[in-house]
Design a protein around this ligand. Structure first.
Ligand code: ARG
Length: 262
């Protein structure tokens, strides 16, 4: 619809691209395929894997972040309360948490991949991502070639782990980003690979970003395969927050720049 043209460029591009690929011609998606049924009535249960700042991280005993604000908007539109469950990324990305009825939605900086699309339905994309390399400050490691003979920490079942495997790197797997960073700090690994948006903020006296690997990924929210009522509702919210300025507000709050500034 034409209202999308009024939203910030990056968000508009993402949402339009999403629409084009699904071929969804429904003008009011939330009312499209029947009523949304949630696992627990009145509650939108979301699985996520912190620490993954700025997308999901704990603050004052609460899980907050860009992803949490987005699913918060979905819950608001559904008139439901938001319930966050912390679970391993493995089951989030494999569709297991959705299939077993552990949660209605998985929101965890999840890259939309062909393999995962076979296991769950994805919303329209809401964030652009690339892989990155975090190394000890002053180490000067800045390419895949320079990782030869070194040990790289990756997060289990992520696209970063796939990237490392595709490049035949010598890896150690960690359950979450926090453990990856801790191992880099302890010197048990030489470098960390994960999404650049989460690694960038770790640049400090101790660490530097070695390089960005332009993998051209996009994040989506995952919904159980075939739950079109919920999928349509999620996409309707993404469209709503893109056009009313909420998405830009959320993005700026957590990323520090406006989405159109790239
Ligand atoms: N974007 C990457 C992937 O989908 C990493 C996501 C990890 N997310 C997290 N919350 N730990 O594989």
């Amino acid at each position: 619809s034409l209202t999308r043209l009024a939203v910030p460029v990056a968000a508009a591009t993402l949402l339009l691209a999403g629409c084009a690929s699904t071929g969804d011609d429904d003008a009011s998606p939330a009312a499209g395929d029947g009523e949304v049924t949630l696992l627990t009535e009145g509650k939108l249960t979301v699985c996520t894997n912190p620490p993954y700042e700025p997308f999901e991280y704990e603050e004052d005993g609460q899980v907050v972040g860009l992803d949490m604000d987005i699913v918060g908007a979905v819950a608001e539109d559904l008139g439901a309360e938001l319930e966050i469950k912390i679970t391993p990324f493995e089951g989030i990305q494999s569709g297991a948490d959705l299939d077993s009825g552990n949660c209605d939605i998985v929101a965890s900086g999840i890259t939309i991949t062909e393999e995962r699309e076979a296991k769950m339905d994805f919303s329209d994309p809401y964030f652009d991502a690339d892989q990155g390399l975090l190394v000890p400050a002053g180490s000067g490691i800045a390419s895949v070639e320079e990782l030869d003979g070194l040990t790289v920490g990756v997060q289990t079942a992520t696209t970063g782990a796939t990237f490392a495997a595709d490049n035949a790197l010598n890896v150690v797997e960690f359950e979450d980003l926090g453990l990856q960073i801790e191992a880099l700090r302890n010197g048990t690994i030489d470098a960390v690979i994960n999404d650049i948006a989460v690694l960038g903020p770790f640049a400090s006296d101790d660490f530097e970003v070695g390089t960005t690997f332009p993998t051209g990924e996009q994040y989506g929210l995952g919904i159980k395969t075939g739950n079109t009522a919920l999928l349509d509702a999620v996409n309707a919210t993404l469209e709503r927050i893109a056009s009313d300025g909420t998405y830009e507000e959320i993005y700026t709050k957590y990323i520090g720049t406006a989405p159109s500034a790239g």
